[in-house]
Design a protein. Structure first.
Lengths: 530, 325
């Protein structure tokens, strides 16, 4: 069963997707309806088991961590905060779309400027108080006002500060239309707190399915399930424990030795060995992060479109995924978006490794034959230097003279990236296509590291942002992707996977491209079998 | 020996050393403060990391008074410490004193368990090596201890985890989180593997110093006399040589004990053990000044106290210093 199908059927089991939609999506994946139904009934047998004590061993926790969601930056606080707290919106693990959570529904004005989120009724905080629209407005205020110390301040700038409670609704008015507002609200900092957390931001009181019992930053966090959570079929464990294990080998030992049930950040180099352990399974999912070779399209010789195309055809993407990511990734198509994004332009054909085409465009470009200098460093991503060497060899097959310069890791992000005309780099991805293009492909963006300066393209970004018609929006994103793919300075050989691992007893794991550990919700989505 | 103020040699040394110790700690706190200040990026920027916006950074700086001159901030911190208040962690607002106590207690527990085994074993092995000087047991002890000291401690730790915790099922692998209270017999078994790693790491140094110090004495005329009058060799080492070699041994033991407390960061990381080292490193990473300062002072204090004890021990082991004319 393909991974995607498995997840689709799990969602049906959990009531997050209805049968008709399931069969529709399964058909899109090439599965006939009778087979889809059969598949569904076999998955449905895997009924969630309640109870048990679930232990995670996670990388990315420090003694300096706080329960204040505003200052969460690493994995452990993200997971812990999602255990006791919840946001208004969550993203769909399969198609990346925004789904109702504490906001039970929403509507927007035709220009996507005025939004109204209906706050779910019957939701209580762990201190017994009911969640109100006022709490939600106060939470957004705390993260965005002039005294904010929140990591979400950057995102909330796009929202402004004009939000208010109106009965059961949270009303947000924007300066400029933004169809992606619900996505922005799925940010992991924006956890709804009583009175917005103004009284005590680190109280750990939220609407989540578990309550905080022990909070020892950098060591362990213990949480117990509360019985009055609003969502059924959710959060099956009696208690959840997060242990901080920052060392990779120690994490692996903890999982194989049975001291924890699940770990994050498995090194691609050791995945093969771990797979051999009988009681361990690997849960990997293609995230939005991508490894890139970037050139400045306003600088010679990269201002020549044919040279750009030659460099793109000369990448052997499969080989790079195989050798650099050990297969734990997927090939890129020279635009910064993959299927993990909502409205992914799926109609664009995959660019293949083709030495003939590369040679053809190289000749057509009239390049004088001087070596093209590519700067690289393992600071960009693990294996970046090897990737550059592999690229050099495939370029040579097409007659393109590529020269590699190894740069010191210290200072790579200030001295080389976004400064030199051709280098290796990494992008972490963003929740929406709009954010990805805005941050790196808008003429005014500080991080426009390919010098992609096109007023027409900027207009497309803004047009798509305010477009509520999804079909039309997808069309705009397809046009944008095609422009970047064929004329842009970004070469995207691959997207890397998040690689988590768990014991085989952990069932119902729903991998999620947003963040590792099922977007920090593995403790709510999965269960342990005996 | 300096003036003894009418006190015995031990008491006068203690008075002097304690006075100097306080001055040293004060100087170290100032150096540490300046050092953290010189690291690139301040707390506000490092704590928020990638998601830092200029506004949020400015708000944190204002709240913590990072916009004040360095002297004002240092004196403010010092004033708090002199009244026994180590302040709150800037990062998670938790009391530094409470957290420090817990972490220090964990580290001291691990160090003590390691020391209880390491010191007798290494001194004993040193004596055995002298007894079998240049014979097979001496060579075996030397080769093994040199091999142990040449391997990085993370490697030894990984070997122990792999062979004992994973393959044989003996002892606990990471994460090792001592149950409460820390100082209990039950926790001794829990920390067996990290403690064993530390024992292996410090063993060689102490063993070889013991061996060298005793060998040095063994060449003296009075040892030869003892041998000639037919005293058993092991008794010669134990009763005649070892007491005279005790001073250098005490010094190397003190040095290694200090290492057990302040140098265990690597072992703490690979066993995911919640000790001082990890706490310190996390605080330095985000420039959490109150925590960095408190940890730095504890580490300095451990060194100063152990050195003082070593000197006191050396005096007490030497009748000529104990009863000066």
């Amino acid at each position: 069963m393909s991974k995607e199908l498995e997840h689709l059927s799990l969602m049906v089991v959990r009531g997050q997707l209805n049968r008709r939609d399931f069969i529709g999506r399964a058909a899109a994946l090439g599965l006939a309806a009778p087979l889809a139904t059969q598949l569904l009934s076999s998955t449905a047998k895997a009924n969630p088991v309640k109870g048990g004590h679930f232990i995670m061993g996670l990388n990315g926790g420090e003694s300096t961590n706080s329960l204040d969601p505003g200052v969460a930056a690493t994995t452990v606080p993200q997971v812990v905060n999602f255990t006791w707290g919840e946001g208004l919106v969550i993203t769909d693990p399969v198609d990346g779309s925004a789904q109702p959570w504490l906001a039970e529904s929403w509507e927007a004005s035709a220009d996507a400027k005025k939004w109204s989120f209906k706050i779910r009724k019957g939701v209580t905080f762990s201190d017994g108080k009911a969640l109100t629209a006022e709490d939600c407005a106060a939470t957004l205020k705390r993260h965005s006002d002039e005294n904010s110390q929140s990591g979400a301040l950057g995102i909330l700038k796009a929202i402004g500060q004009n939000f208010r409670a109106d009965g059961d609704n949270l009303v947000i008015e924007l300066e400029a239309g933004n169809a992606d507002l619900p996505y922005l609200l799925s940010d992991y900092h924006l956890i709804m707190q009583p009175n917005g957390g103004f009284d005590d931001p680190a109280s750990g009181i939220g609407t989540g399915a578990y309550t905080v019992e022990t909070n020892e930053p950098g060591v362990r966090h213990l949480l117990k399930r509360r019985d009055d959570h609003w969502m059924s079929d959710w959060a099956y464990f009696d208690s959840v424990e997060v242990l901080v294990i920052n060392d990779g080998t120690a994490r692996t030992a903890a999982l194989t030795g049975g001291k924890v049930h699940a770990i994050n950040r498995v090194d691609p180099k050791t995945v093969g060995l771990m797979k051999r352990a009988p009681n361990v399974k690997i849960n990997n999912v293609s995230g939005r992060g991508h490894y890139v070779f970037i050139n400045h399209v306003n600088t010679a010789p990269f201002d020549n479109v044919d040279l750009g195309l030659a460099l793109k055809y000369a990448v052997n993407r499969e080989e790079l995924v195989d050798k650099i990511l050990r297969g734990y990734g997927s090939v890129g198509n020279d635009f910064p978006i993959n299927a993990a994004y909502a409205l992914f332009p799926d109609s664009i054909p995959q660019r293949e490794f083709d030495t003939d085409k590369a040679a053809f465009h190289y000749k057509k470009s009239g390049h004088d034959g001087t070596p093209i200098l590519l700067r690289t460093s393992d600071a960009a991503f693990g294996g970046a230097e090897d990737a550059a060497v592999l690229y050099q060899q495939t370029c040579a097959k097409a007659g393109i003279p590529l020269e590699i310069s190894r740069e010191p890791a210290d200072g790579y992000w200030t001295n080389v990236w976004n400064a030199k005309p051709f280098c290796v780099s990494y992008w972490g991805g963003r929740p929406t296509q709009d954010q990805m293009y805005t941050v790196a492909y808008h003429s005014g963006a500080d991080w426009n590291d390919t010098r992609w300066l096109r007023p027409d393209f900027d207009k497309l970004i803004i047009e798509a942002r305010a477009e509520l018609d999804q079909e039309r929006r997808k069309q705009i994103y397809t046009d944008m992707a095609l422009q970047v793919r064929d004329e842009g300075g970004v070469i995207v050989p691959m997207f890397n996977d998040f690689i988590d691992a768990s014991t085989t007893k952990l069932e119902g794991i729903l991998v999620d491209p947003s963040q590792p550990m099922s977007n920090g919700l593995i403790q709510c989505r999965s269960w342990l079998t005996a | 020996m300096a003036k003894n103020f009418g006190l015995g040699p031990v008491a006068s040394l203690l008075v002097q050393r304690i006075g100097i110790g306080f001055l040293l700690i004060l100087a170290i706190s100032a150096l540490l403060f300046i050092g953290v200040e010189m690291l690139p990026g301040d707390f506000a920027r490092n704590y928020l990391g990638q998601s830092a916006t200029p506004e949020a950074v400015a708000n944190i700086r204002k709240e913590l008074g990072l916009d004040q001159p360095i002297i004002t901030r240092y004196l403010g911190w010092l004033g708090g410490v002199l009244t026994g208040d180590f302040g709150q962690s800037w990062a998670n607002k938790a009391s530094v004193g409470d957290q420090l106590f817990k972490r220090l207690s964990n580290t001291l527990f691990l160090a003590t368990v390691a020391a209880v085994f390491a010191v007798p074993i290494s001194v004993g092995l040193g004596m055995v090596a002298v007894f079998f000087r240049n014979k097979l047991p001496d060579h075996v002890i030397n080769i093994l201890s040199l091999a142990a000291i040449s391997m990085p401690e993370f490697f030894i730790g990984y070997l122990f985890i792999f062979f004992f915790a994973l393959l044989l099922g003996i002892g606990d692998g990471p994460p090792i989180i001592p149950g409460s209270p820390t100082w209990s017999l039950g926790n001794v078994g829990l920390v067996a593997l990290p403690a064993a790693t530390l024992v292996v790491v410090v063993l060689a140094h102490m063993m070889r110093m013991t061996r060298a110090a005793i060998l040095n004495i063994m060449d003296s005329a009075y040892i030869e006399t003892a041998e000639l009058k037919g005293v058993n060799m092991m008794t010669v080492i134990r009763k005649h040589a070892a007491p005279n070699a005790i001073s250098p041994i005490i010094n190397v033991v003190a040095l290694n004990l200090a290492y057990l407390v302040v140098g265990v960061v690597v072992v703490e990381v690979i066993f995911a053990y919640p000790g001082m080292g990890q706490y310190f490193v996390d605080a330095v990473r985000v420039r959490d000044m109150p925590v960095v300062q408190a940890c730095g002072m504890v580490f300095a204090g451990v060194y100063i106290v152990l050195n003082m004890l070593a000197d006191v021990g050396s005096i007490m082991a030497n009748p000529r210093l104990m009863h000066p004319k």
